[in-house]
Design a protein around this ligand. Structure first.
Ligand SMILES: Cc1cc2nc3c(=O)[nH]c(=O)nc-3n(C[C@H](O)[C@H](O)[C@H](O)COP(=O)(O)O)c2cc1C
Length: 203
């Protein structure tokens, strides 16, 4: 098996106590077992205080490269770096804690920075959107206080469907979600992480 370049993304506010990070670490370990000599790059979106898009950065994104000023190019520096990091990875392991029914804002902001027309998505001759980030495998390490895999929970899970949908829009259609769920449910909290780890299968 040829080695892979793994990009591990963390968006938890809980530091090393984070369930999504621990689950993500277990996913990375299993990927390394399957693909020896793989490399891992860490991207901690909370630690780096991922900045929101500003009106100026957005304008720079909308400006064709040949018309960009030095200032506009500088504003796009972070986005360019994140896009390059994404393209240079083979496998993404995305830690996604469920926060107020959805993903943490740092993860949403990462998505905002990597979503670039003409770079990570475009439009085909039929006018339909076309993802330009191809050939990636994505594993999502999701953690949640409650349970979102039963019938009632599924209707309230906006994390897995959103990530599948939007990563798919960018061309990353191969998304597998593993969960440490029920970490705040008394009868589940002691086993939630281990159950998530036990469910990991690397394909
Ligand atoms: C601000 C905040 C909001 C949360 N909102 C939800 C929620 O809407 N639903 C839920 O099931 N758990 C919720 N939780 C619990 C987290 O999903 C749970 O603590 C999870 O382990 C967080 O991931 P982490 O340990 O990787 O940080 C919330 C936690 C925090 C801190």
């Amino acid at each position: 098996m040829s080695p892979k370049r793994i990009l591990q993304i963390n968006s938890s506010m809980m530091g090393d106590q984070s369930y999504s990070k621990k689950l993500g670490n277990a996913i990375v370990t299993k990927i390394m077992e399957k693909y020896p000599n793989s490399t891992t790059e860490q991207l901690d979106l909370v630690e780096m205080h991922m900045p929101h898009l500003t009106p100026e950065t957005l304008q720079a994104m909308f400006t064709p490269a040949e018309h960009q000023t030095d200032e506009a190019r500088a504003l796009l520096g972070l986005s360019d770096k994140l896009v390059k990091q994404l393209f240079e990875s083979d496998i993404l392991v995305i830690g996604a804690p469920l926060i107020n029914r959805t993903i943490h804002t740092s993860l949403k902001t990462w998505i905002d920075h990597i979503t670039r027309r003409g770079v990570t998505f475009g439009y085909g001759t039929d006018g339909l959107p076309m993802g330009l980030v191809s050939g990636k495998k994505v594993y999502v390490a999701m953690s949640s206080g409650g349970v979102y895999t039963d019938a009632q929970g599924e209707a309230n899970d906006f994390v897995a469907p959103y990530l599948r949908n939007f990563l798919g829009f960018l061309g990353m259609a191969d998304v597998t979600v593993f969960r440490a769920e029920g970490v705040h449910v008394p009868v589940l909290q002691d086993t939630a992480l281990q159950n998530g780890i036990n469910s990991i299968v690397i394909d």
